[in-house]
Design a binder for this molecule. Structure first.
Ligand code: NAP
Length: 310
């Protein structure tokens, strides 16, 4: 007998990551609901995104994190709530948790994590206040609410970690020089955004992923900056000078970065490339490895992504 598919609500559906979760949910056959603030956006790209959701069979639900009645109404439609809200709304997911408590029907809540481990990270400011403290507070609020949850750990999204071939601030591959934070041998993990959607949705109805962390850390996608650059050199035939930035200079750059975004990216880069926060063994008492849980998923590799840049 075919198993009943859980009904999935995505809050943050139109965001960078959220759209991939929506697509995965619909593709995997779940009745899918996307919380949308503006049902008729003037922005052509956003209108096209909403149309693509509807064409995939997704139900658009008008709502806002700051309109509690709309949240409760949306949550009542679903068994599973996946939040992919961005930095500005992470702390305010307490409103979503309140709505989940009030609705009383949700079997799994997946808060907006998808990054460093909020309970273990030593990331410096501004990443610390923006992501770590806020995400840890939401973990505690979810625990207090007593709703079953899954925390999704990921490394760098491909679109963040790879366009500059591991260079934290660059949006395109190096021309002649490559900037490397630290010594370049610390390993980082990278993951395709569509694969995050797939693993997250698979875990959403899986009892093995209840009240634990799902580590989305594909084994072929863990590379140091030096390995990544060597891989790119092999593909392009180029050779790049490495400009290694020692830790004290990285910390200074974080303070003096020209934009808040650069400062955040550098502080995350410091945690990953200098402090090595992607290098750890998964403790089986507190987490499960997505690629072991779902060995049939053929994830996209860093190699595939680099080939797409050629
Ligand atoms: N590991 C990595 O490399 C990496 C990279 C990026 C992000 N992340 C993490 O991934 C998660 C998602 O980030 P993101 O960059 O994908 O987010 P994002 O693009 O900023 O998306 C924000 C979403 O939240 C929605 N939203 C904003 N205000 C709202 C409100 N008042 N009510 C309801 N929805 C509202 C937006 O809707 P509108 O379209 O209406 O504005 C949009 O759908 C975060 O936890 C972030 O830390 C990790």
């Amino acid at each position: 007998m075919a198993s009943e598919k859980s009904k999935i609500l995505v809050v943050g559906a139109t965001g960078y990551l959220g759209r991939h979760v929506v697509v995965a949910s619909a593709r995997l056959g779940h009745p899918t609901f996307a919380l949308v603030r503006d049902m008729a956006p003037s922005d052509a790209a956003k209108a096209a995104l909403l149309k693509s959701f509807q064409d995939a069979g997704v139900t658009l639900v008008k709502g806002d994190l700051y309109d509690q009645a709309s949240l409760v109404g949306a949550v009542r439609l679903a068994d599973v709530v996946i939040s992919t809200v961005g930095a500005q709304q992470i702390a305010d997911q307490t409103r979503l948790i309140d709505a989940i408590k009030e609705a009383g029907n949700v079997k799994r809540f997946i808060p907006s994590e998808f990054g460093l481990d909020a309970d273990r990270s030593d990331a410096v400011e501004p990443a610390r206040s923006t992501f770590i403290i806020t995400k840890a507070a939401i973990r505690r609020a979810a625990e207090r609410a007593g709703v079953p949850y899954t925390l999704v750990w990921t490394g760098y999204f491909f679109g963040y970690g790879l366009p500059g071939i591991g260079q934290v601030l660059a949006r395109s591959p190096p021309a002649d020089k490559a900037v490397v934070l630290g010594g370049g041998d610390t390993r980082a993990s990278f993951v395709d955004e569509g694969d995050i959607g797939t693993y997250t949705v698979l875990a959403a109805g899986d009892p093995r992923a209840a009240n634990t962390t799902l580590y989305v850390r594909p084994p072929a996608n863990t590379l140091s900056q030096n390995e990544l650059l060597a891989l790119w050199e092999g593909k392009t035939g180029g050779a790049f000078e490495r400009v290694y930035i020692p830790e004290d200079a990285v910390l200074k750059q974080i303070q003096e970065a020209p934009t808040p975004r650069d400062s955040i990216l550098l502080s995350i880069g410091h945690a990953v490339h200098v402090k090595g926060e992607h290098e750890f063994e998964i403790d089986p008492s507190s987490g499960v490895d997505a690629t072991e849980l779902y060995p049939d998923v053929r994830y996209t590799t860093v190699d595939d992504y680099l080939n797409s840049l050629l």
